[in-house]
Design a protein around this ligand. Structure first.
Ligand code: SF4
Length: 69
């Protein structure tokens, strides 16, 4: 299962990703996304996660594949 990764050095905290992915992210009091869990992306949320990655204005979001063993 892919995971969503936030580059905190790039994120400008406008919270767009939390709007697009409320199942995985919640906006904190300062507008930054806070993870609801371990950021694993269930298959059903993969399209929304890819959309959030594509629309992040700071290019701070990416999907990472699980490490192969
Ligand atoms: S959309 Fe990108 S810049 Fe905006 S809060 Fe999410 S990670 Fe940060």
């Amino acid at each position: 299962m892919n995971r969503l990764h936030v580059d905190w050095t790039a994120c400008d905290g406008r919270g767009l990703c939390a709007e697009l992915l409320p199942e995985l992210l919640v906006e904190d009091d300062w507008g930054y996304p806070a993870p609801r869990g371990d950021m694993s992306v269930p298959p059903a949320l993969e399209p929304a996660a890819r959309q959030a990655v594509d629309r992040c204005p700071a290019l701070a979001l990416r999907l990472t594949a699980p490490a192969s063993s």
